[in-house]
Design a protein around this ligand. Structure first.
Ligand code: BDR
Ligand code: CA
Length: 309
């Protein structure tokens, strides 16, 4: 499947195994205008180092801007048990050629979207940077083509029964994004759990015979292991590339307009993205919710990206 034009995107991420695959996917199918990093799967010092290592590995020239080191409220919450102690599955990547282009991702988000209207923001980590940018300049919501985020989901969590990791790690930030009035698309767990990669995909990546292919193979293998320890799965969900593909290949993902509320209280439901499926609140939709994906095509697009990198 071809994409008619390469959308220009800023990827806000916390690499992260699936974030790393998302960077590979974005660099193949989009014009990557910037990468911003945030604390999430691991601390921001690691997510930034990982983004820089991936930039070098992929031979990219895209600027990398370091962002927030903690959520708007409370303490950082990490997922080392899923992504490894430093975030990239203990895969040993060479030190990067350069450091970050700045330590102010929020300023970059504001200025880049002022310099060029119609960019897509693709946040695939906690939404701290995007929320801070919206706070600094609420007009940002009207300048972007979309805020297509991996986070939340329609009725399923992976940290608690109700809450998904990226929203759980900074619910107040997610609340700001969903209430921003911007063109938000939620690519949540209900969709991303349908896009899975197993050992056959890992070995196909290794068979490409490149350093990128070998790294992708190791990441996919580790991801299977992380899921197996949780639910005996033989494949692992590939969450973050789905948000990229929702922008680069919108025909692969079906969305519907819905009103979504981020639960900020709740004894059992803090950080839930409550999707008003029946319009019970009488509120206008504030978001498009992703429901269906052609998973085979999505995985094939990811594999093509890895093979061509
Ligand atoms: C999300 O949480 C992180 O662990 C992954 O990188 C992904 O962005 C899935 O819930
Ligand atoms: Ca992520």
């Amino acid at each position: 499947m071809t994409t008619p034009q390469r959308p220009r995107i800023i990827l806000d991420c916390d690499p992260g195994i699936d974030d790393a695959i998302a960077i590979m996917t974005a660099s193949r199918w989009a014009d990557l205008v910037g990468i911003t990093t945030v604390a999430g799967n691991v601390g921001v010092e690691h997510t930034t180092a990982n983004a820089l290592k991936l930039r070098s590995l992929l031979g990219l020239t895209v600027p990398v801007h370091r962002g927030a080191d903690r959520p708007l409220v409370g303490d950082p919450f990490h997922a080392r048990h899923v992504h490894g102690a430093t975030g990239l599955a203990d895969v040993d990547l060479p030190e990067p050629d350069d450091g970050p282009d700045s330590w102010d991702a929020v300023d970059f988000l504001v200025e880049a979207t002022r310099a060029e209207e119609g960019l897509h923001l693709v946040p695939v980590g906690p939404l701290t940077n995007v929320a801070l940018a919206l706070r600094a300049d609420p007009g940002l919501a009207g300048r972007v083509a979309s805020i297509t985020l991996m986070g939340g989901g329609a009725g399923i969590g992976n940290v608690t029964a109700a809450a998904e990791f990226n929203v759980f790690a900074d619910p107040e930030a997610a609340d700001i994004v969903f209430r921003s009035g911007g063109p938000v698309t939620m690519v949540g767990l209900n969709l991303t759990n349908q896009v899975r990669m197993g050992s056959g995909h890992a070995e196909a990546c290794r068979a490409v015979g490149t350093r990128v292919g070998a790294v992708a193979a190791d990441l996919i293998r580790y991801n299977i292991g992380a899921h197996r320890s949780q639910d005996r799965a033989t494949s692992g969900s590939m969450h973050d590339p789905c948000a990229v593909l929702a922008v680069t290949h919108p025909g692969v993902v079906r969305t519907e307009p819905r009103h979504v509320t981020v639960e900020l209280d709740g004894t059992h439901t803090r950080a839930q993205t409550l999707v008003d499926e029946r319009g019970s609140l009488g509120a206008e939709p504030n978001c498009r919710v992703a429901y269906e994906v052609d998973a085979a095509v999505a995985v094939d697009l990811v594999m093509q990206a890895i093979a061509g990198a």
